[in-house]
Each structure stands twice: as C-alpha cells, then as structure tokens.
Design a protein. Structure first.
Length: 148
C-alpha cells in the first residue's frame, strides 16, 4: 500500500472514531452529548428525519434511525429485519437517543398491539411519505421508547 491510500485509510479511521456515534450507514459506539430528562412532548422530532439510537449499555452500539412521535412516546421501526439493535433491545431495554444534539435515557418495549402499530403506520406515512414495508405487528419490530 502506498503512502496516499494509507493516509486516506488512516484519515477515515480517525473520522469514524471521532464522530461519537454512527457514521451514515455504519454503526458506532457510545453517543456523546449533553444528557437531559425526556421532554413531556416529542413533537419537536416531527422536524427531525434521523436520530441516533444507542443500545447495549455494556458495549454501546449506535445507529442512525428514523423516529416517529405519538402522544408521549417515540417509536423506532426495523420492519421485519432482526437488526443488531433489535436484538440488543430485546436483551436490555435501556437505550439512549440523541436528537438535535441532546441525549435522552429511555427504555424500549416491543409493540404487540396491531391497533398501536396501525396508529404508528399512519404517523409514519404522514412524516416520511410512505407506509412501513410490513404492517403486521407479529412480523415486524416496532419499539415504543419512553422515559426510564
């Protein structure tokens, strides 16, 4: 490997380590930022397309993800994809979410009610312009995030 490709690889490695969370589609580790109590209303997230979700407190794992606010809860959706963050939340529901630079300590619970899933799907379509790919609550991974 010549000096130029090594310099590029080193620069990318430093950038990924320095960003304190996920980088585009690549998962990251522990989120950095100021932690505040969860707000009474999550409606401010209506103007935010992507947030960062950190799971697995013992070995932090963070991803960029879409979020939908309904009432006093936030929802994150993996469709029928049993992603690493889904497995982490099923093992330990404690998560951290970074929205607009602020971190919130939350707990996730899988949604099991088709009615709640349908309500989420309507809000998802309103925010993102399309419905979730799989709307069967038994086959999809939808999590409600609430304060710990």
């Amino acid at each position: 490997m010549t000096a130029k490709p090594r310099l590029i690889a080193l620069s990318l490695g430093v950038l990924l380590v320095a960003c304190g969370g996920p980088f585009v589609l690549l998962p990251g580790g522990s989120l950095e930022g100021k932690t505040e109590p969860a707000p009474q209303s999550w409606s401010f997230t209506d103007a935010i397309d992507t947030v960062q979700l950190e799971t697995n407190p013992a070995d932090p794992y963070s991803v960029n993800i879409w979020v939908v606010a309904l009432s006093d809860a936030l929802y994150v959706h993996a469709g029928d994809n049993r992603a690493a963050w889904v497995e982490h939340m099923e093992s330990d529901p404690d998560v951290r979410l970074r929205a607009d630079g602020t971190i919130y300590d939350l707990a996730g619970a899988r949604v099991e009610s088709q009615g709640e899933f349908d309500h989420f799907s309507d809000a998802y379509e309103k925010k993102y312009g399309r419905r979730p790919g799989n709307e069967n609550v038994a086959e999809a991974y939808l999590f409600r995030l609430t304060p710990r």
